[in-house]
Design a protein around this ligand. Structure first.
Ligand code: PEP
Ligand code: MG
Length: 746
């Protein structure tokens, strides 16, 4: 170890002592600047902190004029200090006044200092301020000196009271006080107000400075060993799995074994940091690189490194998710991402959910919908911005999050919540009334479900039954394949809870976006067009047989309705039906009761089925249009791809005409038809579907009120004419004409 390293250790030790002293606030910060200047042999040491996201303020100094403290301010990017803040990188200038961007601050008296070294004070990518040393002697600071100052800046960043130096009585950090508006994407509609609950609270490093470097090195090595073992285990668990997952984990392992990463952390420790501070320093560096990198692959790798650092920090500090903090009574969950099982653990205790990642069709989104919790996804940067307990408002309708909202936003948002509550009251008042239109047609409204948690809504929403029970959710939220006995117990509970109302059980719809964690995934170029749903069921009938048997047993003699997903041609339906017949035969032989009534239907999710032979339409007990899939195949636009998802309107004349043709075919063959995609739950879309002749709609429970409300006020014959006229005129979408009609009606 050379002299400078010893110096930086010495400096850190002095810093630790200074921080442990009883002095608080300004006195402590003044003492720290004095000590840094003294140790580094510079005349000046100053601390500049952000008072808002754009402005830096001189908060303490040794060497500059004391009256400039809390007076001198500069904008981000202004002068050398502003440049350090903006770029997040070091400025090391022997002749500062002639350096690019230098700005003279007369009140500080800094003109006599020639050399300048400024380093950012940042914590995990969050900019807090700038630490500067200056001296009269015109010299460039050595790499070791730069390093020492960076380490000190990092220790400063850990001082929780740092923000309190900026202005009067400011709290934790200036940045963490400001109102922030983050635009994401709607995952589940609804508005919620509450307080932040971080799914993975950041680990608090309480001892950034090492007492004994040897001990810290040992701690680091032990923690890294533990980390490597856990990554190896993950990899072993995934072996035989899909290539992509293995590749990701391999990259992960490569990082865990990375010599460079290890060496840098060892160096940090030898210069005086504790093991956890060393990990955090590397993590900070990765985060600031992350904010600059646009390449998707590199970003993923930096995310990996970030994730590994978090794991390592948890190992070192023993701080897990459970930090002992108390969950607020109105928690809004904030996470980068979350699995469906973890979300179910929180259950209905959550008021809202905001994810930095996630997708509309992700399992977490499905669970959030089942629990009717407002959800915003793709809310970039929120995890770093939010602190546990922050006031937060989630607008699931518009995909907007207001963090620490100011009074005007709070007032407007509360008005919105109150209006929604009023609307709910109106819906509750028509709950037991039929959805009969002005022209006397009654539409049957059913709900979509997939979890036991959905069932209470059957009563509350006024749904006539469950028009789509997505059985795959029970498979998705588990870590292993459920047993037949478990499934039949669960289906029986669903039927019990439905109390005689019709429940349409859709058989397992996996593949595409729905990948079971315990089933070997397939490496397919186009999973949405690939081996999914009934295709899997027919090729590997074991699971389908088990499920059919579980359903028959659950019915235990009661009426049973089963629907096969993603049927693309007649023969698939007959093959699936034959499986059902076999299952019934087996049950009969075993002497088990058979359903008093059995309906077997199919989902129409591929355009091909609209053109299936008449015998298909005559044979099938009912058809349900899976509009989510049907629309994606009709327009060839991936429902999961944000770029194209909203490109084509459901109310596009071609699509409505296509749906109208399906209605005609069903009318001709007397086949019962329903529509169960997301569009059924959107009021404007729902009335258009009804106008096109659909008499049964199935939607999320929360949509039943609004859809019934609009249906009861509408003349479907008039609307049908509006749609036809728009078609004749050659409109691309009937939406403008329909909206105009609805406005005139109201
Ligand atoms: C659909 O495709 O419209 C549908 C209801 O099924 P899922 O959304 O589960 O694919
Ligand atoms: Mg579908």
């Amino acid at each position: 170890m050379d002299g400078t390293e010893t110096e930086s250790r010495k400096l850190l030790r002095r810093l630790r002592d200074a921080m442990a002293e009883d002095r608080a606030g300004q006195a402590r910060l003044d003492n720290i600047t004095h000590l840094i200047a003294d140790s580094m042999g510079t005349e000046v040491c100053s601390v500049y902190l952000f008072r808002d996201s754009e402005t830096l303020e001189l908060c303490a100094t040794e060497g500059l004029k004391p009256e400039a403290v809390h007076e001198t301010r500069m904008k981000m990017g202004e002068g050398l200090v502003g440049r350090v803040a903006k770029t997040g990188s070091v400025v090391n200038a022997a002749d500062a006044p002639s350096a690019k961007g230098f700005r003279y601050m007369p009140e500080t008296g800094e003109e006599i200092y020639s050399s300048f070294l400024g380093v950012p004070i940042q914590r995990l990518g969050e900019k807090l301020g700038v630490l500067v040393v200056q001296s009269k002697q015109a010299r460039e600071f050595s790499a070791d000196e730069v390093y020492a100052l960076e380490v000190v800046a990092m220790v400063l960043a850990e001082m929780t009271e740092l923000g309190a130096f900026v202005g009067e009585g400011a709290a934790l950090s200036a940045r963490h006080q400001q109102a922030v508006l983050i635009r994401g994407t709607t995952g589940q509609e609804g508005a919620a107000e509450g307080h932040v609950w971080l799914h993975e609270p950041r680990v608090v490093v309480t001892n950034p400075i090492a007492e004994d470097p040897h001990k810290e090195l040992t701690r680091l090595h032990e923690a890294v060993d533990t980390l490597r073992i856990s990554v190896d285990q993950m990899l072993a668990g995934a072996s035989g799995g899909d290539a992509e997952q293995t590749q990701v984990l391999e990259a992960y392992r490569m990082f865990a074994n990375s010599k460079g990463w290890m060496r840098r952390m060892e160096e940090d420790i030898s210069r005086g940091l504790s093991a956890e501070a060393a990990v955090e320093k590397e993590q900070s560096a990765a985060r600031s690189r992350l904010s600059q990198v646009t390449d998707a692959y590199l970003r993923d790798r930096l995310h990996d490194l970030d994730d590994l650092s978090n794991r390592l920090l948890r190992i070192l500090t023993g701080q897990g998710r459970d930090t002992g903090a108390e969950m607020p009574s109105d928690p809004i969950l904030i996470a980068r991402n979350i699995g469906p099982a973890e979300l179910l653990d929180y259950g209905r205790s959550l008021k809202g959910i905001v994810l930095e990642e996630g997708s509309v069709g992700s399992h977490a989104a499905i669970v959030a919908r089942a629990l009717a919790i407002p959800l915003v996804i793709h809310a970039g940067g929120l995890v770093t911005e939010a602190l546990n307990g922050d006031h937060i408002m989630v607008d699931g309708d518009q995909g907007i999050v207001h963090l620490r909202p100011d009074d005007t936003v709070v007032a407007a948002f509360r008005d919105k919540i109150a209006m929604q509550a009023k609307a709910q009251e109106r819906y509750a008042s028509i709950r037991d009334k039929p959805a009969t239109t002005k022209c006397g047609k009654t539409i049957s409204l059913h709900m979509n479900a997939g979890l036991m948690a959905d069932l209470p809504s059957l009563e509350g929403s006024g749904a006539e039954g469950v028009g789509l029970f997505r059985t795959e959710l029970q498979f998705l939220v588990r870590n292993q394949m459920p047993k037949r006995s478990e499934l039949s117990a669960l289906y029986a509970k669903v039927l019990d809870a439905a109390g005689g109302k019709r429940v349409v059980f859709r058989t397992l719809d996996i593949g595409s976006d729905k990948v079971l964690p315990y089933m070997k995934p397939n490496d397919e170029p186009n999973p949405a067009l690939g081996w999914r749903a009934i295709r899997v069921g027919l090729d590997k009938p074991g699971v389908m047989r088990m499920q059919l048997q579980a359903l028959l047993r659950a019915a235990n003699g009661r009426p049973l309705t089963i629907m096969f997903p993603f049927v693309a041609q007649y023969e698939e339906y007959t093959a699936a039906k034959a499986e059902m017949q076999k299952a019934i035969e087996r049950e009969r032989i075993l002497g088990h009761p058979l359903p008093e009534k059995l309906e077997i239907g199919a989902m129409l999710e591929t355009p091909s089925l609209a053109f299936a032979p008449d015998k298909f339409y005559e044979e099938v007990d009912f058809l349900s249009i899976g509009g989510n899939d049907l629309k994606q195949f009709f327009f060839a636009a991936d429902r999961e791809n944000e770029r194209v998802r909203r490109r084509y309107d459901t109310l596009n004349v071609s699509f409505l005409t296509f749906l109208g043709n399906i209605v005609k075919r069903c009318d001709a063959s007397g086949t019962a038809l329903s529509f169960c995609g997301e569009d059924a739950g959107r009021p404007v879309e729902a009335v258009c579907l009804a106008a096109m002749g659909m008499r049964t709609l199935s939607m999320r429970p929360a949509s039943i009120g609004p859809v019934k409300n609009i249906l009861r006020s509408i003349d479907l014959d008039g609307l049908r004419r509006v749609i036809e006229d728009a078609g004749l005129r050659g409109d691309q979408s009937v939406r403008p004409a329909v909206l105009d009609y609805l406005r005139k009606q109201s």
